[in-house]
Design a protein around this ligand. Structure first.
Ligand SMILES: NC(=O)c1ccc[n+]([C@@H]2O[C@H](COP(=O)([O-])OP(=O)(O)OC[C@H]3O[C@@H](n4cnc5c(N)ncnc54)[C@H](OP(=O)(O)O)[C@@H]3O)[C@@H](O)[C@H]2O)c1
Length: 252
């Protein structure tokens, strides 16, 4: 259960090698998190991080998880959330950027991005939501992106995957109203992580820790959406309404 200040004590992270996910867990470990279940494609990839959390007094379990393997999601969730302890927070952090030019040449490359970011996330969130409703509380925090707010020519496959995910998560949040469970949609701008390594950072770029701060703050006040940095909300409300001719001239 969350403590009296609303801080999650028991957390499941899907895609725990994500730098944003790890920054969030570090912050939560500094609050009242007692247990973390780290779900990853390659368990050895989080060994050091699991050790770090254990060193801070957090009980850690590492579980194999592949977002693309949607058939496995019901069994995965059952195993991940077995035991007596409820889960307060499920952080959906996996995602791939893909290579836009490759996605335009090879339809399977586009399918792969859409499968992970949209179908994989929608599938596992559907299963998790049922579980949270049954326990009567808990939040799914999901990493969307400003790229889904208005899809750009330069990364329209990734942008479309996030637009789909964002819409799904928003609708799921509405559907969960009154159940005790909820959804927090997280919309970061450009974040300097391994996903964006080698790319030029645009203005308003941010760090995993600042995104983590926005997530933790959003959880504490029961928000349904957070932006990181916060000013992206205003920027995107302008960008969203630009005439197409003007929008298409914004540099990539
Ligand atoms: N960085 C940004 O600028 C930015 C901006 C907005 C939103 N986001 C979103 O924030 C989330 C976290 O991104 P990040 O910046 O922290 O990137 P990251 O460090 O590259 O983390 C993404 C993680 O997703 C995992 N993953 C990919 N496909 C998976 C699959 N099929 N099953 C399970 N795990 C899978 C990868 O795990 P492996 O170790 O197995 O490869 C990878 O570590 C993503 O959804 C991303 O789209 C990022």
């Amino acid at each position: 259960m969350r403590d009296a200040l609303g801080a999650p004590q028991s957390v499941l992270v899907l895609g725990a090698t994500s730098e944003i996910a790890q920054a969030t867990l570090r912050r939560l470990a500094g609050e009242r998190m007692r247990s973390a279940r780290l779900a990853v494609r390659r368990p050895d990839a989080v060994e050091a991080f699991a050790g770090e959390l254990r060193g801070r007094g957090v009980a850690v379990e590492v579980l194999p998880f592949d977002a693309d393997d949607v058939e496995s999601h019901p069994l995965f969730v059952e195993a991940a959330l077995a035991g007596e302890q409820d889960v307060d927070l499920v952080l959906v952090a996996f995602g791939v950027l893909g290579e836009q030019s490759e996605s335009e040449r090879d339809h399977m490359a586009a399918v792969s991005v859409l499968r992970t970011n949209f179908l994989g996330a929608a599938s596992v969130m559907t299963v998790i939501a049922r579980r949270l409703v049954a326990q009567g509380h808990g939040t799914i925090a999901v990493l969307s992106s400003v790229a889904g707010e208005r899809v750009r020519r330069s990364n329209y496959v990734y942008g479309a995957s996030k637009a789909g995910l964002d819409g799904f998560a928003h609708g799921l949040g509405l559907a969960l109203e009154g159940t005790g469970a909820g959804v927090l949609v997280v919309r970061p701008g450009f974040v300097r992580t391994k996903m964006t390594a080698g790319m030029d950072a645009p203005p308003y770029s941010t760090t995993p820790d600042r995104v983590a701060e926005a997530i933790v703050e959003g959880l504490a006040r029961g928000a349904h959406t957070v932006w990181a940095p916060r000013g992206m909300r205003l920027v995107m409300s302008v960008v969203r309404h630009l005439p197409r001719a003007l929008f298409s001239r914004i540099p990539a």
